[in-house]
Design a protein around this ligand. Structure first.
Ligand SMILES: [Fe+2]
Ligand SMILES: [Fe+2]
Length: 464
């Protein structure tokens, strides 16, 4: 059998009705989500599927709205209704950003954010039942988990989970009872010759070592072990969103069974993407294709537009370190480092900011010349480029997946050369960086941001 369907996630739809002013006159906000274009992105995604002769089935794995605004939920529901009426076959569930867990806001006449009211969680869940749970042939709990035959012979399990951390919004886990329920269904599916795939909002394994640290608690606390159990049950494809990172990872159980974790970035974040999947059960293969979202009238590609908004937050870090320590402490710096520590040492922060902003490729290459084997002529053309811009690119690469700096590029050589030198210096000082980086070496942390040596994160032919 050949099955085709789409994967869309983290729509983060923000209704234009939330604006009391003319949103067209507002500057593009520096946010990870293009709130002013999320409506257009979602409509475009549905249009692509509607026009596909091969399939009209789509799984959407949560964060349907920006922060759960009533206007946004109503419009997403209406668009799904319209899509269904035109023959679309959506399988949806809601997740954290759709519920009253985050501060929600509307925009007043002056273009400022003001607090808004949430819809209750139960009401939100009910709204979307016709587009998922009501089409299921079995459900596990009263919330999210269901199993539906999304195409004849293709079963999709939309998985709920439990939070295991004290703050309620971190470290989700699959319970033993849920695993038993999945096993029961995979066995029944096997008897019928059906194929089972899974989806949940959070990624079952971290997309990269860097994410494991910065996104601590944002992946399953028992994910890898559960992924192996699912692989042994015969499940090969597991879809998720949440991190807004484009990534594909292979997990192999001790018995040699594979599970592919297909993580798709946000439809209206950076990079704005969706996927089309074609499973060929006879060949035992899945073809995963990425669609870069495109929107008209932006004066640039939607990916470039989304990157501008996304880097807008991060670009301020080096600038604020040098020129506005208080802003640095109150924004990104204060998230990764204790705010008091930053404010106690403003001169050191400014000094580090100045040094960071003054770094050129040439200086970095000289610093690490013993470790990269390049001669000066190898980086002559790029020696005056600002190294801080490469660092910003690396942050973007964390989200983009496939990174462009392969081991033969000057950027790779000078960055990894510097990392090697720093590792040597740290070890001479008896500093164990693994303790700070959650068990990873600095090389293991940085390399995936330069270059993807594993599965292609966008397009791949997976052997199931
Ligand atoms: Fe999200
Ligand atoms: Fe999320």
């Amino acid at each position: 059998m050949i099955y085709s369907f789409y994967h869309v996630t983290d729509v983060h739809y923000y209704s234009k009705k939330n604006f009391a002013c003319d949103w067209r006159k507002l500057p593009q906000p520096s946010t990870q989500i293009c709130i002013m274009k999320s409506e257009e992105a979602f409509k475009k995604a549905l249009e692509i599927i509607e026009n596909d002769e091969e399939t009209k089935t789509v799984i959407i794995t949560g964060d349907l709205t920006n922060h759960g605004e009533e206007y946004s939920h109503n419009e997403v529901r209406d668009l799904l209704r319209e899509f269904t009426e035109k023959g679309g076959n959506p399988y949806v569930f809601t997740d954290t950003h759709d519920y009253p867990y985050f501060d929600i806001y509307s925009i007043n006449e002056k273009g400022e954010k003001i607090p808004a009211e949430h819809l209750p969680e139960e009401e939100v869940k009910l709204m979307y039942r016709p587009f998922g749970r009501d089409k299921a042939f079995d459900t596990f709990d009263d919330g999210t988990t269901y199993i539906a035959e999304i195409l004849p012979g293709l079963y999709y399990i939309a998985l709920g989970y439990e939070f295991t951390s004290e703050d309620k919004l971190h470290s989700p886990a699959f319970t033993d009872e849920l695993m038993k329920w999945i096993k029961m269904h995979t066995e029944k599916a096997k008897e019928k010759g059906a194929t089972v795939i899974c989806g949940t909002h959070w990624p079952i394994v971290a997309p990269s070592p860097a994410y494991e640290i910065i996104g601590k608690g944002n992946t399953f606390s028992n994910g890898e072990a559960r992924a192996k159990e699912l692989a042994d049950m015969g499940i090969r494809l597991f879809f998720s969103g949440h991190t807004h990172i484009q990534c594909m990872k292979e997990i192999v159980s001790e018995k040699g069974n594979k599970l592919y974790s297909v993580q798709t970035s946000s439809l209206s974040g950076f990079p704005p993407k969706m996927r089309k999947i074609t499973v060929d059960t006879e060949k035992g293969a899945a073809d995963i294709r990425t669609i870069d979202m495109e929107l008209p009238d932006l004066g640039m590609t939607f990916t470039q537009y989304a990157k501008k908004g996304f880097l807008g937050i991060i670009e301020e870090i080096p600038h604020n370190m040098e020129h506005d320590v208080e802003a640095f402490a109150n924004t990104e710096g204060g998230i990764t480092l204790p705010k008091e520590l930053i404010l106690k040492h403003p001169k050191t922060v400014m000094f580090l900011g100045r040094k960071l902003n003054g770094l050129t490729y040439g200086k970095v290459a000289k610093f690490s010349k013993k470790h990269h084997g390049m001669a000066e002529k190898d980086y002559e053309d790029i020696k005056d480029k600002k190294f801080v811009n490469l660092l910003l690119e690396l942050v973007a690469n964390l989200y983009r997946g496939n990174a462009p700096y392969s081991p033969d590029t000057a950027e790779y050589k000078m960055t990894m050369g510097s990392v090697k030198k720093i590792e040597k210096l740290l070890s001479a000082l008896h500093i164990d960086i693994r303790k700070i980086l959650g068990g990873f070496t600095l090389s293991e942390f940085v390399e995936p941001l330069l270059y993807n040596g594993g599965l292609d994160d966008d397009n791949a032919q997976l052997i199931l």
